[in-house]
Design a protein around this ligand. Structure first.
Ligand code: ZN
Length: 305
């Protein structure tokens, strides 16, 4: 064993790999574009990436951790719940382990984010830690005692597909087959959709809503305020269940100005505590930013030793 940790983050547009050294520093990071729609190409891309990481770092990948959207069903061994839908229903774990001829561990990408941030990121020392990804999709991950809470059926932390707490309307249809999931309110596309549905302009990027709000646009400001309030409600229900010492925000939408700063006050209105209880909700942005997923994937072997 050389002690190096190899991780891969299978994203919708890019597949990223990292080699972490024992001190947490990165020996190498490399990415390849994800070829959407092809399961075979996904396996090939990961194989190529591992070969490149080994060749360029001069280190052997003895075991690999992979973060994926969705998860592997403990009952069937097949991937489910991935918004990169071409890997759903596939025996990805056994296929990639066979293709690489070495042991592989797989976890949900938000779980990897949570593990990375709990280990040496913004939430180091905070226990329990709950982390969320707010991006094209929405997900959550829970780490207690330094370990990912996968749950009895592999569904632990699947916060993105909980119906929005306090949602008075059914909400939009979700790729998962239900409607009104947190993802349909709290993803980047959801924010843009909500802005448009409430009299705002048709926009492509969340940053454009921020720019309009800064320029005094009322519809844009209102859309951002609704977003913050919905996120606070969705996180309030998490506080009442696991009472995290820290909530870590990741994903592109987590960079909304003031979001992490405003949330503690907003969440406080949705939890089962009185002012005398002096509950302090700590909300921070991911220390490792977009790299947290791949760093957590690399740590999937380390966490259980
Ligand atoms: Zn859903």
């Amino acid at each position: 064993m050389n002690g190096a940790l190899f991780g891969i983050d299978l994203g919708g547009t890019k597949t990223e790999g990292v080699v972490l050294l024992a001190d947490g520093s990165e020996a190498l990071r490399h990415r390849l574009p994800t070829i959407p729609g092809s399961y075979a190409a996904t396996l090939t891309t990961i194989k190529q990436l591992v070969a490149t990481l080994e060749a360029r770092s001069g280190l052997a990948c003895q075991r690999l951790g992979i973060g994926i959207p969705g998860s592997v069903s403990p009952a069937t061994g097949l991937v489910r719940n991935a918004n990169s839908t071409w890997i759903n229903g596939q025996p990805f774990h056994s296929d990639i382990a066979a293709a690489l001829d070495r042991p592989v561990r797989i976890a949900n990408d938000a779980n990897c984010l949570a593990l990375s941030e709990a280990r040496d990121g913004a939430g180091a020392g905070a226990d329990p830690l709950f982390a969320v990804i707010l991006g094209t999709g929405v997900g959550g991950g829970l780490v207690i005692g330094g370990r990912i809470v996968v749950g009895a059926h592999g569904l632990g932390g699947e916060w993105g597909h909980v119906p929005l707490a306090g949602g008075a309307v059914a909400g939009a249809a979700c790729f998962c087959g239900r409607s009104g999931c947190n993802e349909t309110w709290l993803s980047g596309p959801a924010l843009l959709r909500d802005h448009l549905a409430n009299g705002g302009q048709s926009l492509e990027r969340v940053e454009e809503v921020v720019e309009l709000a800064r320029a005094g646009d009322k519809a844009a400001s209102a859309a951002l305020a609704r977003y913050r309030e919905r996120l606070a409600r969705a996180l309030g229900s998490i506080v009442n269940i696991v009472d995290p010492a820290m909530i870590v925000l990741g994903g592109g939408v987590s960079n909304l100005p003031g979001l992490a700063e405003d949330l503690p006050g907003l969440i406080a209105r949705h939890i089962f505590a009185a002012p005398d209880d002096r509950v302090t909700i700590r909300v921070v942005r991911a220390h490792w930013g977009d790299s947290s997923g791949v760093r957590g994937a690399a740590r999937l072997w380390e966490a259980e030793e």
